[in-house]
Design a protein around this ligand. Structure first.
Ligand SMILES: Cc1cc2nc3c(=O)[nH]c(=O)nc-3n(C[C@H](O)[C@H](O)[C@H](O)COP(=O)(O)OP(=O)(O)OC[C@H]3O[C@@H](n4cnc5c(N)ncnc54)[C@H](O)[C@@H]3O)c2cc1C
Ligand code: FES
Ligand code: FES
Length: 478
């Protein structure tokens, strides 16, 4: 059945919005229509966390909580989900939630603008985990910026949660919420609001039918790139096809030769799986945006955006990944190495979507990846370098090297790879090879880094890669 109504839970109440404006952000809806102003707008581009809300969804019969940036998610995203905002954390008899209580006790409430966002990020962490170590705490608030005081009191507040009873009001109402979420179990939706349309199919079959009957649409996955057209460029997106509700696009399959990831799989889900195979892929993902961004952003969206500084792209290039592309009548497989054709341009045709990405699991390789950015967390790369070597008898049998931020497209360094092939694994080999990067790469200078800095750092990353391989020690900033 098709519906034009977005049906969701606001905490424990079912709300329905008929034919909403599909370009309205959740933040705008909360502040202007629910008239709840605890959730703030800082940047309107996913970068500060002031607008953080928590989404509850059913996963294997349990409620999974995710912090998201409400400033860059559109209202139809709420369909079938629970929305929790900072006002909902206070219990019906007026008691602060343990997370709020800890923020008060440890003086973590530093300014009224950022505190609600910090509270919501910590609430999501509190609900999804049993204990909270420094790494988890820092990751959980990596998308919440404070420019006035610092993070210590907030981290102290988060650490104190280890000592308290985990049963809060939300634990008590869990069964009721599970029942309600099952009851509103989302239908596929089709919204037509004046000249804007929003389709949210549930299956690939439905998706293909919608593609056949429409033109000039935009696919929407996590929206962490697309939504900025509305919030930053002040443009309208007239026709959206949402891919996020299609279960067939949200999966991770692993066999002995490759890991296949559905295009609409969130980066958060993916990072936990890839960790077992490529530790540095995981390390780069941990510095990709923030938890809020990775909870919705997808690997398919990152590839289709084709940004020269997209973090997964140099990694997927050096791992020789393949992209499965589909249209209503066709299926094809393209090596990612043939996919990017110009600045933010790919071989995707208008009616084609990415179905999945296959990442080979190399048997005997050394893989390393490094992200260089001005800030450790929640920052876009100036340079991202990815190195994949197959070594035989102390010689480099194969070298696959790729960089982001070093040309108009994420790019393999083929001249450098060629000079490394069949050479001994020595510092001299690498010192000689690093100058070949000048043949491969032609970076620009911009506000993130100058051309000269980028080239120098790319060369240094190659040397760093050798040093780490040679000493079997990591030289990382943590
Ligand atoms: C605050 C912030 C921080 C960020 N940090 C980083 C970072 O550290 N590293 C980084 O690489 N990026 C970063 N980004 C950029 C952004 O997260 C990526 O571009 C993201 O991967 C896009 O994925 P998405 O699912 O959100 O795509 P969407 O925004 O939904 O879509 C992006 C584009 O891809 C198309 N598309 C989406 N899915 C498909 C599909 N399956 N088939 C065909 N086309 C498709 C859409 O039509 C659209 O044109 C950041 C963005 C923000 C706002
Ligand atoms: S307002 Fe800054 S992340 Fe949303
Ligand atoms: S808490 Fe708002 S700027 Fe520091």
């Amino acid at each position: 059945m098709i519906s034009n109504t977005v049906k969701f839970l606001l905490n424990d109440k079912i709300l329905e919005i008929n034919n909403p404006d599909p370009n309205q952000t959740i933040l705008n809806y909360i502040r202007t229509e629910l008239k709840k102003t605890g959730t703030k707008e800082g940047c309107a581009e996913g970068g500060c966390g002031a607008c953080t809300v928590v989404i509850g969804e059913l996963a294997s019969g349990q409620i999974k909580y995710s912090a998201i940036n409400s400033c860059i998610s559109f209202v139809p995203f709420l369909n079938g989900k629970q929305l929790l905002i900072v006002e909902d954390l206070v219990s019906k008899n007026g008691n602060l939630h343990p997370v709020q209580d800890a923020m008060v006790k440890f003086h973590g409430s530093q300014c009224g603008f950022c505190t609600p966002g910090f509270v919501m990020s910590l609430f999501s962490m509190f609900k999804n985990n049993k204990s909270y170590n420094s790494e988890l705490i820092k990751d959980s608030i990596s998308g919440n910026l404070c420019r006035c005081t610092g993070y210590r009191p907030i981290i102290d507040a988060a650490k104190s949660l280890n000592k308290i009873n985990k049963n809060d009001e939300f634990s008590k109402s869990k069964n009721k919420i599970v029942k309600l979420l099952k009851r509103i179990n989302s239908k596929k939706i089709y919204i037509k609001n004046e000249d804007k349309t929003f389709f949210s199919p549930k299956t690939i079959k439905d998706l293909k039918n919608i593609i056949k009957k429409n033109s000039n649409f935009n696919f929407l996955s996590g929206g962490t790139d697309l939504s900025l057209k509305v919030t930053k460029e002040r443009k309208e997106i007239s026709s959206i096809i949402n891919l996020k509700e299609i279960k067939e696009l949200d999966f991770i399959k692993i066999n002995k030769n490759y890991i296949e990831v559905g295009a609409a799989t969130s980066l958060t889900k993916f990072e936990n799986q890839i960790k077992k195979y490529y530790q540095d892929f995981y390390a780069v993902l941990k510095r990709y945006g923030s938890v809020q961004i990775r909870n919705v952003g997808t690997i398919g969206g990152n590839i289709a955006t084709a940004s020269p500084i997209g973090d997964t792209l140099p990694i997927l290039l050096s791992l020789n990944a393949e992209i499965l592309i589909e249209s209503p009548n066709k299926r094809k497989v393209l090596p990612i190495n043939n996919f990017f054709i110009g600045y933010r341009k790919t071989k995707l045709k208008k009616n084609e979507f990415i179905r999945s990405i296959k990442i080979p699991l190399f048997k005997k390789n050394i893989f390393k990846a490094f992200k260089i950015s001005k800030r450790f967390d929640d920052d876009i790369s100036s340079i991202c370098g990815s190195f994949n070597f197959e070594i035989k008898n102390s010689k480099i049998n194969q070298a696959y090297i790729a960089f982001g931020g070093m040309s108009a497209v994420p790019k393999r360094a083929k001249a450098c790879e060629a000079i490394l092939r069949n050479k001994p694994l020595t510092i001299n080999t690498f010192v000689k090879a690093k100058d070949y990067l000048e043949k491969d790469l032609n970076p620009i200078g911009d506000m993130r880094a100058s051309k000269e800095y980028r080239l120098e750092v790319a060369k240094n990353l190659l040397i760093k890669c050798f040093l780490e391989m040679n000493t079997k020690k990591l030289t990382r900033v943590i």
